[in-house]
Design a protein around this ligand. Structure first.
Ligand SMILES: Nc1nc2c(c(=O)[nH]1)N[C@H]1C(S)=C(S)[C@@H](COP(=O)(O)O)O[C@H]1N2
Ligand SMILES: [Mo]
Length: 414
């Protein structure tokens, strides 16, 4: 296949996803081969559940659409016996659970970085909340006698391959065993429907509250390992490189730095890693505290209700930590007021907030700012490339952005 044929294929694939998902719009980076769509509408962030039609999509290789009857997940590594799990085994031999999960692409907000970084220029649309149904990994690992001590890792591999001949990377992610046992599942349904192709049909790993990259789609292999994918054994396994998506991409580091490869790390919280001396270039594991206003829309002209108020509604999340504080500003961040939580409160899923605002006619800058259970609050801005301080660190990949100022919006009150 020629390059232009490939790029036409990608365009058609993205168009097919958009047709199935009318609530999304392309943010595709065909140059970098990413098929991506984000929520088309800010309204998505004034609702708790994201319909499948609005759920963002992000992956790099061809979208797979295998027959579920032919699919199997191989389990190997530190287990008493190796296994091959077919879809019937997963559905019938194990408990079924459903988990709420706010999935955010680690590149969500990348479009706000200045200087601009490479890859998909997401603004706020690469985050969604769904109910995912599947099998708790702890049941599968127990059944196969896996070694699940603290410090162990579970490595998951996707069935997708690069379409370009000189690239040999495979999509693999290693998850610390403690997290796997706590709440990870092999998911085969989203919002009660079988997974659509673009969300990983027929089965994916689901890592609640962690950046989307960890939730490997089209799951084909699981390995119980003492290290994450790292070193020659994984960098050249039968001519394929399983380390790239763990050790090179999706790491937070300054410009021009090749992130160092680690066999293991003992701190998993992304923000803790940013603050830790142990880890130079944090991995994008759990999601940083963040919030997005869903209503009113950016640029909207609003008419107050009969009682003179305008309702501001949004969502706030903090990965697998609880989001506990939420403030709203109607003056561009000069002053802040507490907003109220409402709606569901599940681990690893965002919470809805509302604020009743009594504005005089005029033009205003609205912003929201969330705080997690450990008192960590969204920083104001993304720092300049060479700057230290309290702002969110500019990083080459544009990852894990959670500053509030870039997300502010302008509203005119009649
Ligand atoms: N096999 C595979 N899994 C993958 C990816 C991929 O390229 N290949 N992309 C990851 C990234 S970067 C994200 S953000 C999430 C997006 O999941 P979604 O498309 O279901 O929203 O899938 C992750 N899982
Ligand atoms: Mo992503």
């Amino acid at each position: 296949m020629s390059n232009s044929e490939r790029s036409e294929n990608r365009q058609q694939e993205t168009d097919a996803i958009l047709e199935r998902k009318p609530g999304t719009e392309a943010v595709t980076d065909l140059e970098d081969r990413y098929r991506v769509v984000g929520a088309a509408d800010r309204e998505t962030y004034a609702n708790w559940l994201t319909p499948i039609e609005d759920h963002y999509v992000c992956h790099r290789n061809e979208t797979l659409d295998p027959d579920a009857a032919d699919w199997a997940v191989d389990l190997a590594g530190a287990v008493d016996r190796e296994g091959t799990l077919g879809m019937d085994d997963l559905r019938e031999d194990y408990p079924t659970v459903a988990v709420a999960h706010t999935m955010e692409c680690a590149g969500n907000g990348r479009g706000y970085f200045d200087p601009e970084t490479g890859s998909v220029q997401w603004e706020y649309g690469a985050v969604s909340t769904a109910i995912w149904t599947g099998v708790p990994l702890t049941s599968i690992l127990a059944n196969y006698g896996a070694t699940t001590d603290d410090g162990m890792w579970l490595t998951a591999v996707g069935g997708d391959h690069p379409e370009v001949e000189d690239e040999n990377d495979r999509f693999a992610r290693s998850i610390p065993m403690a997290k796997v046992l706590e709440d990870c599942i092999l998911a085969y349904e989203i919002n009660g429907e079988p997974l659509p192709p673009e969300h990983g049909h027929p089965v994916r790993l689901l890592v609640p509250g962690w950046y989307g990259v960890n939730s490997v789609k089209w799951l084909t292999e699981l390995h119980v390992t003492e290290t994450m994918v790292h070193g020659p054994e994984w960098a050249d396994r039968d001519g394929e490189d399983f380390t790239q998506w763990q050790q090179s991409s999706y790491r937070i580091h300054p410009e021009g730095v090749e992130p160092n490869s680690n066999a293991t790390v003992s701190t998993f919280d992304t923000w803790d890693q940013l603050e830790s001396d142990e880890i130079d270039h944090p991995y994008t594991f759990d999601e940083n505290v963040k919030s997005t206003i869903g209503q009113p829309d950016d640029g909207a002209t609003v008419t107050p209700d009969a009682d003179g108020t305008v309702e501001i509604v949004g969502v706030a999340w903090a990965g697998d930590d609880a989001v506990t504080g939420i403030e709203v500003s109607t003056d561009g961040g000069d002053s802040w007021q507490d907003a109220d939580w409402f709606g569901p409160d599940y681990d690893c899923a965002w919470r809805l907030f509302r604020y009743r605002w009594e504005p005089a006619p005029g033009t205003y800058t609205l912003a929201s700012r969330a705080t997690d259970e450990r008192g960590r609050r969204q920083p104001a801005r993304i720092a300049d490339a060479d700057e230290d301080g309290d702002d969110y660190p500019w990083n080459e990949g544009g990852y894990a952005e959670n500053a509030w100022h870039p997300h502010a919006l302008e509203v005119t009150v009649e």
